[in-house]
Design a protein around this ligand. Sequence first.
Ligand SMILES: [Zn+2]
Ligand SMILES: [Zn+2]
Length: 152
Amino acid sequence: MDDRKRDIGNNQGEKAVKVCVNEILKHGLDIEGHIEAQALGIVTSHITYPCPVSVRARLERDGDIIRAAISISATARMVCGRCLDQFDHGIAGKGDFIYNTGNGHFIDLSDDIRDSIILEYPMRRLCRPDCKGLCHKCGANLNQGPCGCAAE
Ligand SMILES: [Zn+2]
Ligand SMILES: [Zn+2]
């Protein structure tokens, strides 16, 4: 049995990605699993996640200090700022974080996981770089071809 690898599981309904500090032994701890986007608080009226967020983390402990190297992959379903169609944006985030356990028995990775995902959101949310948007007159999606208004 590989005691260094622990599955963070499918934390459905649970709001935190908690790691028990005592599980992080000398040789460190690797965890991996999937977390519902809803539990991370990253679902909004404009951004949803068709699949759970995939997370891997390598944890190392030095006394009260825990170092965590976290990598995340997810697919965010966003609304195009021009044509209002939905599109999927692939997210691959990475970050190194330090936690001070103090007297606690758990560290909670969820805030840093959420921030790492949000950091990877595109500045301009477009379904494609050359999205033609909607016609100002009739509201037709111009990516699907000319609406006829332009001819007037
Ligand atoms: Zn668009
Ligand atoms: Zn039109």
